[in-house]
Write a protein that binds this ligand. Structure first.
Ligand code: NAD
Ligand code: MG
Length: 401
């Protein structure tokens, strides 16, 4: 059996742990080059030791002594800091799982892309904040980007890349999150604990909140527009609370192809890990007779304005999606820390998007500039006493594409 050397960026997270669950079942087939995490040093060391990784990197530099101590005598290399995570991604692994959360995952992902690796992309924010750049670098360096996000992984499985003209529409399904049936005044009162208790999927805190606002589906709309050769106005969102139909592609002849499965991320991860082959996984088998009923509904754009905001950012192009993503990261963090209410998240994103001028997204410097400006602007909206006011926001002319 062909071996594939792997690196996992964000190995301690929800996707990272599901990935490890798969590779640990076939350790000879998937030798581990590097594992990285931000702060969970105990789990990182445990994973590195049990998988005999060559290298383990912790983002928080203050935790390096503890990492060294935990790995003492194992021969596993260790390092710390954001730069060391990028270096870990640049090490020679054929397959890299990009599962860091947020725009922090962009540069490590790019480092793997620039080596021409197979990049299993869970970190949707890197495509949202720098899609044109990531796709351009992938083409330039011969990297293969395989989508891990369940919807995009589903589309990837049923999309006829040889004849994209035959595709009429791409339909992204959305569970609708935990607040699908709440009215606006009920949504105003929800707590972070309620928001991260997703009805179907068990995921990291940030994506769980994104699922509750439906910003996640909006980010996925942007993600899909970079991954698949389909214009934005042919990508739709459909609410499907059971999360069994993971997405659909409709063809000009009226055929609709979909991928179905129980909601378990090990299935889409396995598709990328074994690609272009398939491998068995322990995911529960789908029993449609037991489920009996699958339901679908149109999204409510009034209660979930994130869907329109993201489409607007995608239509504006340039750095507008970068700005939207950065504002969302700041707002979700503030919500999780009890500093703002649930409905404030999309309000802050909306205000940041409308006030911070967008421009062309030529290179990484432009991404950092737009991301930083949007973060400062959103932080100011959350706390006006935070006086790191972005003067440029007011003085620079609007520059929308
Ligand atoms: P998580 O919060 O559970 O894990 C995040 C991982 O990234 C952890 O290992 C953490 O240590 C690391 N990390 C966090 N901040 C970092 C930083 N600044 N620098 C370096 N590393 C950092 O998140 P998750 O749910 O596993 O999601 C990871 C990514 O996958 C996200 O982009 C998310 O949108 C996407 N995704 C997740 C799921 C899911 O089911 N969990 C599904 C689809 C897509
Ligand atoms: Mg998804």
């Amino acid at each position: 059996m062909q071996t594939r050397r792997v690196t996992i960026l964000g190995s301690t997270g929800s996707i990272g742990r599901s990935t490890i669950d798969l590779i640990a079942r076939e350790p000879e087939r998937f030798p581990v080059e590097a594992l990285t995490a931000q702060s969970n040093v105990g789990l990182l060391a445990e994973q590195a030791l049990s998988l005999k990784a060559k290298c383990a990197v912790i983002g928080d530099e203050s935790l390096l002594p503890e990492l060294r101590q935990r790995l003492a005598g194992s021969g596993i290399e260790s390092a710390a800091g954001a730069g060391a995570i990028i270096e870990a991604a640049a090490r020679p692994a054929e397959w890299v799982m990009a599962a860091i959360v947020g725009a922090a995952g962009l540069e490590p992902t790019l480092a793997a892309v620039r080596r021409g690796a197979i990049v299993a992309l869970a970190n949707k924010e890197s495509l949202v904040c720098a899609g044109p750049l990531v796709m351009r670098e992938a083409a330039l360096h011969g990297a293969t980007i395989l989508p891990v996000d369940s919807e995009h992984n589903a589309i990837f499985q049923v999309f006829d890349f040889k004849a994209p003209d035959n595709i009429d529409r791409v339909i992204l399904t959305a569970s609708g999150g935990p607040f699908r049936t709440l009215n606006l005044s009920e949504m105003r009162e929800v707590t972070p604990a309620q928001a991260i208790a997703h009805p179907v999927w068990s995921m990291g805190a940030k994506i769980s909140v994104d699922s509750a606002t439906l910003m996640n589906k909006g980010l996925e709309l942007i993600e899909a527009s970079f991954l698949f050769p389909v214009p934005e106005d042919r990508i739709e969102v459909l609410i499907h609370p059971q999360s069994v139909v993971h997405s659909l592609v409709s063809y000009v002849d009226g055929s609709v192809l979909a991928q179905l499965g129980t909601p378990d991320m090990r299935t889409p991860i396995s598709v990328t890990l074994a690609w272009p082959a398939r491998m068995p996984t322990p995911a529960a088998r789908l029993d449609l007779a037991a489920i009996a009923k699958l339901t679908f509904e149109v999204p409510d754009f009034a209660r979930f304005p994130a869907l329109n905001l993201t489409r607007q950012a995608l239509q504006s192009g340039g750095s507008a999606p970068t700005i939207l993503n950065a504002a969302n990261e700041v707002a979700v963090d503030a919500f999780l820390n009890g500093r703002i209410g649930f409905l404030d998240i999309t309000r802050i994103v909306e205000q940041t998007l409308s006030r911070v001028p967008s421009g062309p997204l030529g290179d990484l410097a432009a991404v950092h500039e737009a991301d930083g400006t949007a973060r400062r602007y959103a932080a100011h909206l959350i706390d006006p006493t935070d006086d790191d006011r972005v003067v440029r926001v007011q003085t620079r002319g609007r520059n929308r594409r």
